[in-house]
Design a protein around this ligand. Sequence first.
Ligand code: NCD
Length: 326
Amino acid sequence: MSAIPLSQSKEIPSLTELLAKSFLKGKHLLSVKQLGPSELDQLLAVAREMRIATEQKRVLKILNGVVLGEIFYEPSTRTSTSFDAAMKRVGGQTVILNESYSSTQKGESLEDTIRTVGQYADAIVLRHPDENAVDAAAIVSPVPIINGGNGAKEHPTQGLLDLLTIMEELDTIDGLSITFVGDLRYGRTVHSLCELLQYYRVTINLCSPPGLEMPLELAQQIRDRGQLGVISAELSPKIVSESDVIYCTRVQKERFKDLELYEKVKESLTVDPSVMKDAKSRMILMHPLPRNREVAPEVDRDPRAAYFRQVSPQLHEVACFVDWRN
Ligand code: NCD
């Protein structure tokens, strides 16, 4: 690891120091439930330092010779290219396996795919439609597994970079009113972010069409934490005007058992300029991408639209796994 003096201030530890004491060394990252306040502080500090460092130097050498495997059993633009770009920006490399071209098509089991790619890579990002797949992979994997999305359950690294985005865009998380809109039932990024928000003083509003409400257990946890604001089937002007963050999600067609329900709800709760006119001047509109109809393209020009800004510092993703080496 090269000793680059990234932080000049004595109080802020350097990236090298931060990585040296990482809690993730040799560990899987399967769920945000593994992360408490001190782990979050550490990860977000690494991510922030790394973003600053790559902005200054373009490419770092801290992961020279390290290979990350990416195995995706579901489509991905943002997460897959983000991990790939992040890895390259810190001097590492990637081996990418797309399920539709892999030996899965010849009957290879998930476990055998993991055992094989685990021989070529130092860690593996796995995305799978089955929510139990990451745990099954972790049992047989010779290297750490990073959950890149397991069914409708979780997407830990997106949750982390969502948290970082809020912090960087609005300078704080405490005191904010955060409104989740759309498919809260199947939207895994929402589930991970809500879990992470338990460590902050926030109000959480849940707006979803009937049938796509947040899973009961998660909604109950938010209520028990004293963070629940309103639950609504509509994104009313009042909710919009009181929100510091509006977080939209795509209606997850691929997870519907009942396509009739999908047809009924697919275009409800759209954010367009007429919705944004009620929003605070200092607020952000977020979206984990890909976007369908839930955010109108005309909103992209609005400076409060943060969804493409939160993609560009691809490096955020790397903070989650950069320090798993023993
Ligand atoms: C999401 C996902 O795959 O969970 N996108 C992402 O990875 N950033 C959202 C979605 O598919 O709608």
